[in-house]
Ligand binder design. Structure first.
Ligand SMILES: NC(=O)c1ccc[n+]([C@@H]2O[C@H](COP(=O)([O-])OP(=O)(O)OC[C@H]3O[C@@H](n4cnc5c(N)ncnc54)[C@H](OP(=O)(O)O)[C@@H]3O)[C@@H](O)[C@H]2O)c1
Length: 381
C-alpha cells in the first residue's frame, strides 16, 4: 500500500508515532495538521519541508508567527483539515482527539481514501454515518486502536458469521483492584500514570475510568458489525494479548506482542502487506499473562457504554461528548474522578434520544450534550 500520508493530530501521541513509522518506511508525508500553532508543530514542519501545514485553530497572530518561522504559508481552519483529508489517493491517519475528528474521517472516506483510524470517537459518535460513507464511496477503514487492529487481524480470512465473541482486553489502568469508594479522591496526576501505555491526556484518563474500554466496545460494534452481547471485556494487566476472537467451533485467535502503538499504526498503513517494523523483538519466554474479570461496580463506565451502545442513535455521541467535557473538568480539578461517570450518566438521561443520519445530526447532538454536561459540572462546583 502506498500513497502520500496525511497526518491529522500530528503533534499528538499517535501523530508522532505515525511519523516514526513513516520515516522508517520512507513514506511521503503530504500534510500535517494540528489544533493549534505550537513549537512542536513548527519542529515537525521543519522536518517535512514539502508537507502542507494546517492548523484548525489558534489566533491570527499565532498563525502568522508560525508561518514566518517556517518561511512558508500555513493553512488555517477546519475546512483546510477536511480538504487535506479528502486529497485523492491519500492515506489519512486520523489521530485527532475527540468528536472533532468525525468530519475528517467522513471527508476522507467520501474521497475514497484509506483511513487509518485512531480517532475512535468518529465511530462512537457517528458510527452509522461513518459506515454509510465507507459503504457508498469505496474507501478503506483500518483501525489503529491496538485492540481493534488485533481483532481485525484475527478476522483476516474469516467470516464474521463464524464469530461467537470478540474479546477486548483492558489493562485495567492505574486503579485496577481499587474499590469505587477508594477512587473518590484520586488526583489527575495519579490518573495520568498509566501502567502500560504512554498516550494523550484524554485517553489516559478514559483508561483510568474505563470509559476508554466503553468507547472501544462501541467502536468494535460499528467496525465489525457484531452485536453488543457478543462483545466481551477481560482485564489483562500486561497488555500483551491485544484482543482475541472466539469462533463458533470453540477456537480462539489472539494477537500478541509488545504494547507498542507503532505496530498497529504500521499495519493500518501497509495492510494487507506486512513489513519489518520498529518493534523490539518479542518472545514468550519469561512472560506472564494474567486475566481477571472486570469490576463493574468500581468502573461503571462499562455498563454505561453497553447501555448507550444498545440504545444506539444519538446515545453513544452523547456519552462521548459528556465524557470529553467531564474529563476536561477533572483535569482542571473542577470535578472529582468518580463524578465523571455521574456526569455522563445524567447527561444521557437528560438529552433526548434521536436518530443520527448525517454528520450535522451528530454535531448538533454533540453540542447539546456538551452544554448539558457543562451545566451539571457547574452545578457541582
Ligand atoms: N495515544 C495512543 O496510544 C492511542 C491509542 C489508541 C487510540 N488512540 C486514539 O487516538 C486519538 C488521539 O489520541 P492521542 O493520545 O494521540 O491524543 P493527543 O496526544 O492528545 O493528541 C491529539 C492531537 O489532535 C490534535 N487535534 C485536536 N483537535 C484537533 C482538530 N480539531 N483539528 C486538528 N487536530 C486536532 C492535537 O493538536 P494540538 O497538539 O495542537 O492540540 C494533537 O495533535 C484519540 O482518539 C485516542 O483515543 C490513541
Amino acid at each position: 500500500m502506498t500513497g502520500p500520508l496525511v497526518v491529522l493530530g500530528a503533534t499528538g501521541s499517535i501523530g508522532k508515532q505515525t511519523l516514526e513509522v513513516a520515516a522508517n518506511l520512507e513514506l511521503e508525508v503530504a500534510a500535517l495538521a494540528a489544533r493549534m500553532p505550537s513549537p512542536e508543530l513548527a519542529e515537525l514542519a521543519k522536518r517535512y519541508p514539502g508537507a502542507t501545514i494546517i492548523v484548525a485553530g489558534g489566533s491570527t497572530e499565532e498563525r502568522e508567527q508560525l508561518s514566518a518561522t517556517l518561511g512558508r504559508p500555513v493553512r488555517y481552519g477546519s475546512e483546510s483539515v477536511l480538504e487535506a483529508a479528502a486529497a485523492p489517493g491519500s492515506i489519512v491517519v486520523n489521530g485527532i482527539v475527540g468528536a472533532a475528528g468525525l468530519r475528517a474521517t467522513v471527508a476522507a472516506l467520501e474521497a475514497g481514501n484509506r483511513v487509518a483510524l485512531a480517532n475512535k470517537e468518529s465511530l462512537v459518535a457517528g458510527g452509522p454515518v461513518v459506515r454509510a460513507a465507507l459503504e457508498r464511496h469505496g474507501g478503506d477503514l483500518l483501525p489503529v486502536d491496538s485492540e481493534h487492529s488485533a481483532l481485525y487481524q484475527c478476522l483476516v480470512g474469516e467470516s464474521i458469521d463464524d464469530v461467537s465473541r470478540l474479546i477486548l482486553t483492558a489493562s485495567g489502568g492505574p486503579f485496577r483492584g481499587r474499590t469505587r469508594d477508594s477512587l473518590l479522591g484520586v488526583t489527575p496526576e495519579e490518573a495520568l500514570r498509566h501502567p502500560t501505555w504512554d498516550m494523550g491526556p484524554r485517553i489516559t484518563i478514559d483508561s483510568a475510568t474505563m470509559f476508554n474500554k466503553g468507547l472501544e466496545i462501541i467502536e468494535a460494534h460499528y467496525l465489525f458489525g457484531v452485536s453488543y452481547d457478543r462483545i466481551a471485556v477481560v482485564v489483562h494487566p500486561q497488555s500483551i494479548l491485544h484482543s482475541a476472537v472466539e469462533f463458533l467451533d470453540g477456537s480462539w485467535k489472539g494477537h500478541l506482542g509488545h504494547p507498542d502503538m507503532r505496530v498497529p499504526i504500521q499495519y493500518a498503513l501497509t495492510a494487507p502487506e506486512r513489513v519489518t517494523s520498529l518493534a523490539d523483538p518479542f518472545t514468550l519466554t519469561g512472560l506472564r499473562l494474567d486475566f481477571e474479570a472486570l469490576d463493574r461496580d468500581a468502573f461503571p463506565a462499562i455498563d454505561i457504554a453497553y447501555e448507550a451502545g444498545r440504545a444506539g442513535g444519538s446515545a453513544p455521541a452523547v456519552m462521548n461528548a459528556a465524557d470529553e467535557i467531564a474529563v476536561e473538568a477533572f483535569l482542571q480539578r473542577r470535578l472529582g474522578f468518580t463524578a465523571i461517570a455521574d456526569v455522563v450518566e445524567r447527561t444521557l438521561e437528560e438529552v433526548k434520544w434521536t436518530e443520527v443520519g448525517t454528520v450535522d445530526d451528530v454535531v448538533a447532538v454533540d453540542a447539546e450534550a456538551r452544554a448539558v454536561a457543562a451545566g451539571f459540572i457547574a452545578g457541582v462546583c
